[in-house]
Design a binder for this molecule. Sequence first.
Ligand code: ADP
Length: 293
Amino acid sequence: MNKLIISGLSKTYFNGTRALDSVSLNIPSGMFGLLGPNGAGKSTLMRTIATLQEPDEGSVMFGNLDVLKDKTEVRKVIGYLPQEFGLYPKVSAELLLDHLAILKGIQKPKERREVVSILLHKTNLYTHRKKQLSGFSGGMKQRFGIAQALLANPKLIIVDEPTAGLDPTERNRFHNILCELGEHTVVILSTHIVEDVKELCPNMAIINNGKVLLQENPLQAIERIKGNVYSKTIHKEGLEEYRKSYSVIAERLFQGKKVIHIYADKDPGKGFTPVEASLSDVYFSHIFGNATQ
Ligand code: ADP
């Protein structure tokens, strides 16, 4: 099974933004979650793997393929679902998929019909195949995106923020499709929905400011901060004071009151109680720079 090996990948844009800062990741087959806040460098990383832009330094290998050099070969085995993709609104799903299949090099009409039909079934769009894409819901459009990304049977699938704006049922359906794919392929899923990564991905990385802060199995990462997360209900106005004294990793409202989570090496006392750590705690403790690996 092919692995994706990223080594020392760096990219600075013309305006001086260092979007990738020596990123190294070892990505086996299965679902790989890429977590990071807006501007972390996720899309830059994914566009680079998808051969759509050049890094300044570093290498990306997929099995024996040098992704940065063998672009044509890589494009044959990759499926890329960007955050937003243009759809021709007046065309039916079936027709557009057929057209895209031609562009992917599936020449024979019979073979194409078969592939299109399989993908429409797989993404639960078969009954809607004659509908114009303009009439599709957000979830249907995303599933169509997956169907087009799956043309030519990719070995490496890159999905950028796929579930934004989907209702829970649609999100579930989309996740099921991704999980099925992850059994035989490398699927990189970029998202800022932390819990999705916990549910779906046996491996993940957290990136921020172009740097990899953590690469680990999500459950192991949670296990490692177990016993270091404490919670307290506070007055809303007091938050800034707490920030000065503690590593506040999360804050939320619960029944109109402010609840904070802090990361601490030992019991801080002062009304804090230990809580079960979550992947959000792992995530924020790294983003805010308090956790040690
Ligand atoms: P993410 O996908 O995690 O939100 P991006 O890869 O889109 O992150 O962006 C990383 C950083 O690079 C951000 O600071 C962003 O503003 C900057 N950036 C992205 N694309 C460009 C570009 N074409 N030119 C200049 N800066 C860019």
